[in-house]
Design a protein around this ligand. Structure first.
Ligand code: FAD
Length: 108
């Protein structure tokens, strides 16, 4: 089975970075593609209980793909729900903090 921690770190890196570079005014096609990417996760993510949790989170909090800022915040909040469940610290979901970590700041 995959290493859930390493898989998680890599997946969050991909998702937050992709959100950080999502357009401010996405086209209908870009929105639809992002929605498909996110909606695929609960069926494909290779950590079953993680995928189940994400699916129920997404049912009560549908993805907001209307803009870069909205998507970045939505994703940050979903990540914080996982953090809380695992006893990890919450992250500040302001766009400045998100950009500093995932767009403008130093890379890992
Ligand atoms: P991670 O949580 O992987 O975070 C990586 C980095 O992201 C952090 O160092 C920090 O700089 C930044 N960050 C932290 N919080 C936020 C935020 N809210 N917004 C933006 N950036 C942030 N593990 C389980 O054991 N059980 C689960 O149910 C589970 N569900 C998961 C669901 C999904 C969709 C994903 C992608 C992962 C899931 N994981 C789960 C894995 C878990 O979230 C962590 O990735 C893993 O525990 C490694 O944690 P970490 O402390 O290295 O940092």
């Amino acid at each position: 089975p995959p290493d859930v921690e390493r898989l998680g770190r890599s997946t969050w890196t991909f998702l937050h970075t992709t959100a950080a570079y999502f357009p401010d005014r996405p086209s209908p096609t870009q929105r639809a593609n992002m929605l498909m990417l996110l909606r695929a996760l609960p069926t494909l993510y290779p950590c079953g209980h993680c995928a189940d949790h994400l699916g129920s989170e997404m049912a009560t909090h549908p993805p907001d793909v209307s803009s870069r800022a909205a998507l970045s915040r939505w994703l940050c909040e979903r990540h914080n729900e996982v953090n809380e469940r695992l006893g990890k610290e919450r992250f500040d979901c302001g766009l400045r903090s998100l950009d500093e970590r995932w767009k403008d700041g130093p890379n890992d």
